[in-house]
Design a protein around this ligand. Structure first.
Ligand code: PLP
Length: 370
């Protein structure tokens, strides 16, 4: 078959076959009895204990379609954050929202910007919408507002920024986000992905609520997969101006959030004490892990999330990221390789239980011969 001959079968539209499919964090360490999954930024504390009863009740009505507006969930989110429920749209995980925003705002020829070590779902969804991904370089593994603004063209429709970012754990202070929004043309939509917002303990951080409320071209996406411990149920939400809610509502599936997710999410977000417990656990162990790993001679990117990016020696493959990953896996500690994020010499480690945190540091000390 010559190079330009088309196969005689259905073909995906342009862009689809340029997508490198998302590779989730591994969840198995074959042959190891006790496994600590520290590869997907899930919480070691699990969901609120109030979730179980809500799930039991909802599971008695599975023959019925869920509320297509997920009203109970949206009202619980609105109450927890002091927002207007009309400006909240719920979704099947926040990943779904990232795709819906691309489908709603991007067409072939359009451009969408994300940052060098930004979350890979952005690239996938931009390509799936037939648009062109544009990558803005970062500085010190942190998004660079000037670099983003320098890449805006007349074709730019969306800018994605994860704040804090995964897998680096770094963040932009609120004045930098404001400067980004102020520098964008009003027809460019800024998507602030604040999946880890609850974990951030910094006075100069703001998840995005203020920016969404005070402009027409900013949305904030959030998730129940991280601090709320409900990754398995797939619940996300967006706080957005009414015109964005209206547009995305036309595109989304009519029952995109399932009945169990609506019931569980509403309980989880109302349990402030459980969230506080998770924040306190993370604050303690994030600092502990960062200190202990640094003491082992490993560079750790300063993180405000529930994970740390750990850098290994690129010149010494025997003590590099791949070798470390294999060694740790053999001891039941599953970390996340991040070569796909342009970080081939690093591994991402989720803050786990005390046992997991102490265990992974001890195993790394052994690996490094300390
Ligand atoms: C984990 C994560 C999400 C959450 O995705 P869900 O689909 O809600 O599970 C979104 N953005 C980033 C940057 C993440 O790391």
């Amino acid at each position: 078959m010559s190079a330009d001959a088309k196969p005689n079968r259905p073909e995906p539209k342009p862009g689809i076959l340029s997508i490198a499919a998302y590779v989730p964090g591994r969840n198995e360490a074959p042959g190891v009895a006790r496994v600590h999954k520290l590869s997907s930024n899930e919480t070691p504390l699990g969901p609120s204990p109030r979730v179980a009863a809500a799930l039991a009740e909802a599971s008695g009505k599975l023959a019925l379609y869920p509320d297509g507006e997920a009203r109970k969930l949206r009202e619980a989110i609105a109450a927890a954050h002091g927002l207007n429920a009309a400006n909240i749209l719920a979704s099947n995980g926040s990943d779904e929202l990232l795709g819906l925003l691309c489908q709603t705002y991007l067409k072939p020829g359009d451009e969408a910007i994300y940052t060098e070590h930004g979350f890979l779902v952005y690239r996938i969804q931009i390509l799936a919408a037939g648009a062109t991904p544009v990558v803005a370089p970062e500085r010190n593994e942190t998004a660079d507002v000037d670099a983003i603004l320098a890449r805006v063209t007349a074709r730019t429709k969306l800018v994605f920024i994860a704040n804090p970012n995964n897998p680096t754990g770094t963040y932009l202070p609120v004045q930098e986000l404001r400067r980004l929004q102020a520098g964008l043309p009003p027809q460019v939509l800024l998507v602030i992905d604040a999946a880890y917002a609850e974990y951030v303990r910094r006075n100069d951080y703001e998840a995005g609520i203020e920016l969404v409320s005070s402009s027409q071209n900013v949305v904030m996406t959030r998730t129940f997969s991280k601090i709320h411990g409900l990754a398995g149920l797939r619940i996300g939400w967006m706080y957005a101006p009414s015109h964005v809610i209206d547009a995305v509502n036309r595109v989304r599936g009519p029952f995109n959030v399932n009945a169990l997710a609506i019931a569980a999410g509403a309980e989880a977000i109302a349990d402030r004490a459980h969230v506080e417990k998770a924040i306190a656990h993370n604050e303690h162990w994030l600092a502990w892990l960062s200190t202990e790993l640094t003491k082992l001679g490993l560079r750790v990117t300063p993180s405000v999330g529930n994970f740390v990016l750990v850098h290994f020696n690129a010149e010494d493959p025997a003590h590099g990221a791949e070798a470390a990953d294999t060694f740790l896996c053999g001891r039941g500690f599953i970390l996340r390789r991040v070569a796909g994020y342009g970080l081939p010499n690093a591994l991402r480690l989720t803050v786990g239980s005390e046992e997991a945190n102490r265990g992974v540091v001890a195993a790394l000390a052994e690996f490094l011969g300390r």
